[in-house]
Design a protein around this ligand. Structure first.
Ligand SMILES: N[C@@H](CCC(=O)N[C@@H](CS)C(=O)NCC(=O)O)C(=O)O
Length: 239
């Protein structure tokens, strides 16, 4: 089998990886024991680089087309897939061993993906200034440009109201986890839902100040979030 190719976003962090959306297919590839290589793309070059390989664009809020990462190229089938959720859906159909949508759960996990995003999105603003800090100067400038329509400037990591919103989101997510008997969202059954949760936690851990802002998130809900990240990384053989 030829290695699959995953396009991810470059950073100045050791080991590069930081971005939640490309992390999701990376966790799935590793969980399914599929061989893959990662090609790192400068944030400011994503659109042009992905367009040049023929990746499908998505619509920005203003209606314009933009090519994003992650993109997956599978030389075994010739497939070129854009969007983290579509990539993992493709991987599940093409390589069904070690399912990440067990018991026919793709539809409810798609709904969970949206619900989880609505929980955390209102509180994500502290991430933006820290993200700028891990990108190259050209990508940082580009990133500020893409943020400016969506979040109030100047970017600030310490707005109490943002942290309260993020904590509120995680309190709700904690309640969902408390509804099951096992350690996963579906009880004893591991699934892509847990990977979604873990990949955002990974982004906080990598992008935020580890002994300060990540320590704050880790302290919520009795240390639940550092534990979920560690459990999912172990399940996906990434530690
Ligand atoms: N829904 C998409 C979102 C992808 C996305 O927003 N990717 C960002 C990097 S994490 C990107 O490529 N941005 C490029 C740009 O805004 O120009 C997914 O899950 O793959």
């Amino acid at each position: 089998m030829l290695p699959l190719v995953l396009y991810d976003v470059l950073s100045e962090l050791p080991g590069n990886n930081w971005s939640a959306n490309p992390a999701k297919p990376r966790f799935v590839l590793s969980y399914k024991d599929l061989p893959f290589v990662t090609l790192w793309v400068e944030y400011s070059d994503i659109h042009i680089a992905m367009k040049s390989i023929g990746a499908k664009p998505i619509k920005r809020r203003d209606g314009s087309d933009v090519c994003t990462v992650p993109v997956l190229s599978d030389p075994n089938t010739g497939a070129l897939v854009t969007d983290s959720l579509e990539i993992v859906s493709y991987l599940e159909k093409t390589y069904p061993e070690k399912p990440i949508f067990p018991n026919n759960s793709e539809a409810p996990i798609r709904a969970f993906d949206s619900a989880h995003m609505s929980l955390i999105l209102p509180g994500l603003e502290p991430m933006f200034p820290r993200t700028i800090g891990i990108l190259s100067p050209a990508s940082a400038k580009f990133f500020i440009g893409t943020c400016s329509g969506n979040v109030p400037l100047p970017l600030d990591v310490n707005r109490d109201a943002d942290w309260k919103l993020l904590e509120k989101g995680y309190n709700t997510l904690y309640e969902w986890y408390q509804k099951t008997d096992g350690k996963w969202i579906m009880g004893d059954t591991f699934s892509y839902a847990d990977i979604i949760v873990a990949c955002w936690l990974l982004t906080y851990k990598r992008v935020l100040k580890e002994d300060d802002e990540w320590a704050r998130i880790s302290s919520w809900n009795g240390g639940k979030w550092a534990q979920v990240l560690a459990d999912v990384e172990k399940e996906c053989k990434l530690v």
